[in-house]
Ligand binder design. Structure first.
Ligand code: DX5
Ligand code: ZN
Length: 217
């Protein structure tokens, strides 16, 4: 089973409800919500009020990607307002184990993300305790960047480790995924696909259906 998680960072915020409805009606599985604090990454995006309203409007699974320093400070609040899965960055916390525990003990699913520079082996010890590994395929902080080819071997290594150890950990890729490189990342072993500009630029319903078709859905 694979999942498509459109990143609303590339949506039209003046028509966010319409954009979300279009991708959900076209069959997307999840919604990817990128939260940035201007410290862990150079940019600032959006936070709690936006997530709260999205949750009130849709039943879709909410995949919240926290690009913030010491994310444990905000985990409880994000769960309270509707996050189903919270992904924290390996590089963002002094006590990543604790942040993961905070998420799972509150009944949400936990994800762990790594930046392009971080080796995938560094997070192998955590994989049994998390629901999803997110491999960043661009530098975090902005939508619309080009996929970094150096990340493909990391996807393969993670997929091999997960299979060899009989783990259920999902493998998400995020950044620069388009119609052309989607088959390659699926082939490498990714099973949760984040796409921002490839979904929200142009015809949203058509883009969603086209991605799902490539994913064999
Ligand atoms: C980047 C974000 C991504 C971004 C992806 O820091 O984590 O989720 O929205 O956008 P595209 O698909 O346009 O690269
Ligand atoms: Zn993201």
């Amino acid at each position: 089973m694979n999942y498509l998680s459109p990143s609303i960072l590339s949506a039209d915020f003046m028509h966010l409800q319409k954009d979300i409805d279009e991708t959900v009606s076209a069959g997307c599985d999840w919604l990817h919500i990128d939260v940035m604090d201007g410290v862990f990454v150079p940019s600032i995006s959006y936070g709690m009020p936006i997530l709260k309203q999205i949750n009130e409007h849709t039943d879709t699974f909410l995949d919240v990607h926290l690009m913030i320093t010491e994310p444990g400070r905000y985990v409880q609040e994000f769960i309270d307002i509707g996050a189903n899965l919270i992904t924290v960055h390996f590089e963002a916390s002094h006590n990543i184990k604790n942040a993961i525990h905070q998420i799972t003990s509150e009944g949400a699913r936990a994800g762990l993300a790594i930046n392009p520079e971080t080796s995938v082996e560094a997070v192998f010890p955590y994989l049994k305790d998390i629901d999803m590994l997110l491999i960043m395929t661009v530098r975090p902080g902005f939508g619309g960047q080009k996929y970094l080819d150096v990340c493909t071997p990391k996807i393969k290594k993670a997929a091999d480790y997960i299979r060899e150890n009989n783990l259920k950990t999902k493998l998400e890729v995020d950044g620069g995924i388009n119609f052309d490189n989607l088959p390659m990342v699926l082939d490498a072993g990714a099973n949760v696909i984040v796409a921002g500009s490839s979904i929200f630029r142009g015809d949203i319903a058509d883009n969603t259906k086209r991605m799902l078709e490539i994913m064999g859905r």
